[in-house]
Design a protein around this ligand. Structure first.
Ligand SMILES: Nc1ncnc2c1ncn2[C@@H]1O[C@H](COP(=O)(O)OP(=O)(O)O)[C@@H](O)[C@H]1O
Ligand SMILES: [Mg+2]
Length: 332
């Protein structure tokens, strides 16, 4: 009966949409801050990694143009690798500007989006101002264009970050085969006269290095740093800082942050998971028009997230596997 009434109540969509822009949230102060794509100015518990990377790349600023070692960073997802590298490069670029070092350039590539040799090289060309025709060129020609451009005297040092570098190494016939761009980039310096390339590789896959071509390995892994999982107390600090920036004051009930942190820590110390949990809990509180975010919202958030994860996993299964799962379900 109640359902009938609800369905018959006229819904004025235009009035509803008109209200949205002027509606203020009782829960969120800055919604974007609570997304895991946001990179904060402060990264607690990563001082060691920030210092290490800074110390490796800082000599590039010296006037003698000292060469710097390649760097390989690895750790599970959500351990702050991308955020830390963004943070360090952001400050490094500002310093370059302040010192008038136009000869130093940095390029950031996420190999999940750009995963073929051609696309990596084309993206690199694009970033250093070398046009690649829309119709495409053979990969070797793109590589030659890239090499000529960086060696034309204007660039002294090019820092290339290859985030999610494991995507450039595909398995074939039981062996890991690096794509050509990765192979060329690790040995490019021997072909350059006026400039140098410095690589920072980032991998979520801890086994990435196993079975990797030894020449690539020795070039890429000149310096290495591990990003360990965050523990529960560290995640609490990270969440607390986010909450101060992103949520209204006083909306967090005691114990909410601790529970979200503990749940994320018990998986694999993933800050992304912790932040997503807190954001979804906050959205649930907002949708229910509750005044505060409670442990129950966090528990409901984890159920929602798990549900979405399982749904996504099942969606990507091949038909045969879906049918097997269905028969097991029906048998039970
Ligand atoms: N120490 C930290 N302090 C604050 N936020 C962090 C910290 N480490 C990670 N994050 C946040 O967690 C999320 C995932 O981090 P990210 O750097 O993308 O992880 P990874 O690249 O290791 O998978 C991002 O929103 C990031 O801003
Ligand atoms: Mg990352």
């Amino acid at each position: 009966m109640a359902k009938q009434k609800e369905e018959n109540t006229p819904f004025d969509i235009d009035e509803y949409l008109g209200k949205i822009p002027t509606m203020t949230s009782n829960i969120f102060k800055k919604r974007d801050v609570m997304r895991s794509t946001y990179i904060p100015e402060n990264l607690p518990h990563r001082i060691d990694q920030i210092k290490f990377i800074t110390q490796i790349i800082a000599p590039a600023l010296s006037l003698e143009n000292r060469s710097i070692s390649n760097l390989f960073l690895y750790g599970k997802t959500g351990t702050g690798k991308t955020a830390v590298v963004y943070y360090v490069l952001h400050h490094f670029k500002m310093k370059c500007q302040e010192l008038g070092r136009e000869d130093i350039k940095t390029v950031f590539i996420n190999c999940r989006d750009v995963d073929t040799s051609y696309r990596v090289l084309a993206r690199l060309c694009e970033q250093i101002g070398e046009d690649i025709p829309f119709t495409g060129l053979p990969t070797d020609v793109v590589y030659e264009k890239f090499k000529t451009k960086i060696d034309d005297g204007k660039i002294g040092l090019l820092i290339i970050v290859l985030d999610e570098i494991d995507q450039l190494v595909k398995k074939s016939h039981g062996k890991k085969r690096p794509n050509k761009a990765l192979y060329e980039l690790t040995r490019i310096n021997s072909d350059l006269n006026n400039s140098r390339v410095h690589l920072i590789g980032i991998s979520n896959d801890l086994n990435f290095k196993n079975n990797l071509d030894s020449r690539i390995l020795s070039s890429l892994g000149e310096e290495e740093k591990v990003f360990p999982p965050y523990n529960s107390l560290e995640l609490e600090d990270i969440l607390r800082e986010r909450a101060i920036m992103g949520l209204k004051e006083g909306v967090l009930e005691n114990g909410t942050i601790s529970l979200a942190a503990a749940l994320a820590a018990s998986e694999h110390g993933d800050a992304r998971r912790a932040i997503d949990l807190l954001r979804v809990a906050a959205e649930l509180a907002e949708r229910n028009e509750d005044r505060s975010i409670t442990q129950n919202h966090v528990r409901e958030a984890i159920r929602n997230i798990e549900h979405d994860k399982i749904k996504d996993t099942i969606k990507t299964l091949p038909l045969q596997s879906k049918l097997i799962m269905l028969s097991i379900y029906l048998l039970e």
